[in-house]
Design a protein around this ligand. Structure first.
Ligand SMILES: *Cc1c(COP(=O)(O)O)cnc(C)c1O
Length: 397
């Protein structure tokens, strides 16, 4: 059977092969320390689960409006007003089957062939694939570890052409944990507004933020920027609800309508029961978020301290999310146990084969001098895994 060109252009996730091998080893009885997790290692809070149970008992088991039930869309508006200083009407909110789905809808209605989309690297790999699916051209702009992986206004300016339609912003960011300050966003925002470039602002890690860092939505900086921005958020990461599949977008009316229309002919409404649970997540007690953030902060500090103590490793202290993204450029070109380590992909392969530690090589995010370690795993695993990573990195010669 012939596959459409569209299907041939989709790359499989580059993180999958390490993950598949790690799972195979685990199934074979080998203990693998896995730093690959892309989801919180906490259970969904009890009040949220109970809301879902009650939704079933009450018969909330039928189709809902395509863009989500009215109380949830209203609660999202209230949340955006309180947390982010953003005023939206429920008709500007589209609830979808996960933030990834919201992103898909947004790229589909905003981009087409001939358009260029500016994507700072390291990036979450799904952006790249979703941009390609629209026929638009991704324009990847590498950021530097020395700049804490932040795109500078000069870099943004020089990436803009007459065809630039869209800019992708992810703060707090995956994989680097980067958090842009208000001043930094204002500088980028000024350029974007002047050039009339739309923005997809993925704010899914908003609540997983540490120290004095504060999350600022670029849409809140001026009415002009709000008119150019699609805000993406969801409950997956903040409330340990990755399996429930609820994300949402807030956008100017015509964009929200187009996204809902697209969704009406693909998935229709997201699961009614998960919507009820998400309503409780957003409006109920936020205690579990604070507990999770406190635990993540401890793990992050431990990891960064251990990594920066290793000669040749550069590691920023990320302001948000649950990943560290160390740079090992200075150690590449050496070897371990007779195996050449020329990039993070080699390092990941050897670490898994020899020491049974799974990391995600930076090639998955557009920078193979680095690798991603998730701290959504127990402190015991983190300690043991870092002992082994340290052992390997110190033995490179
Ligand atoms: C996990 C993640 C998402 C997707 O969240 P879902 O709601 O589970 O689809 C979106 N963006 C980034 C950067 C993520 O890491």
């Amino acid at each position: 059977m012939r596959l459409a060109e569209r299907a041939k252009n989709i790359s499989p996730s580059p993180t999958l092969s390490i993950d598949a091998q790690a799972k195979k080893m685990t199934a074979g009885g080998i203990k693998v320390i896995n730093f690959g997790a892309g989801e919180p290692d906490f259970d969904t809070p009890e009040n949220i689960k109970q809301a879902a149970v009650q939704a079933i008992a009450k018969g909330m088991t039928k189709y809902t409006p395509v863009a989500g039930i009215e109380p949830l869309r209203q609660a999202i508006c209230n949340k955006l007003a309180e947390d982010n200083g953003l005023q939206y009407e429920p008709s500007q909110i589209v609830v979808s089957s996960g933030a990834k789905h919201s992103l898909y809808n947004a790229f589909q209605v905003l981009c087409q062939e001939g358009d260029e989309v500016i994507l700072p690297a390291p990036y979450w790999v799904t952006y790249l694939e979703q941009i390609k699916m629209t026929g638009a051209k991704p324009v990847i702009v590498p950021t530097r570890v020395e700049d804490c992986f932040k795109l500078t206004p000069a870099q943004l300016q020089s990436a803009i052409t007459a065809n630039t339609r869209l800019f992708v912003l992810n703060s707090p960011g995956n994989p680097t944990g980067v958090v842009y300050t208000k001043a930094e966003l204002e500088a980028l925002g000024e350029i974007l507004e002047k050039n009339n470039i739309a923005i997809i602002s993925d704010e899914i890690y908003e609540k997983l933020i540490y120290d004095a860092n504060r999350h600022v939505s670029i849409a809140s900086l001026s009415p002009g920027l709000k008119d150019l921005t699609v805000v993406i958020n969801g409950v997956s990461k903040s409330y340990s609800m990755t399996g429930w599949r609820i994300g949402y977008a807030a956008a100017p009316q015509p964009v929200a309508k187009a996204m809902a229309d697209l969704q009406s002919h693909s998935t229709s409404n997201p699961t009614s029961i998960a919507q009820a649970a998400s309503l409780e997540a957003i409006t109920g007690t936020q205690e579990s978020v604070q507990k999770m953030v406190a635990e993540f902060a401890k793990r992050r500090d431990y990891m960064v301290d251990r990594l920066t103590a290793i000669h040749g490793v550069r590691c920023n202290r990320p302001g948000g999310a649950f990943y560290v993204f160390p740079d090992v450029k200075a150690l590449l070109g050496k070897s371990y146990a007779g195996e050449a380590i020329n990039n993070a992909t080699d390092l990941a392969r050897v670490l898994l084969a020899v020491e049974h530690v799974a990391i995600v090589p930076g090639v998955a995010f557009g920078d193979d001098n680095c690798f991603r370690l998730s701290y959504a795993t127990s402190m015991d695993n983190i300690r043991e895994g870092l002992d082994l990573i340290e052992k390997v990195l110190k033995a490179l010669q």
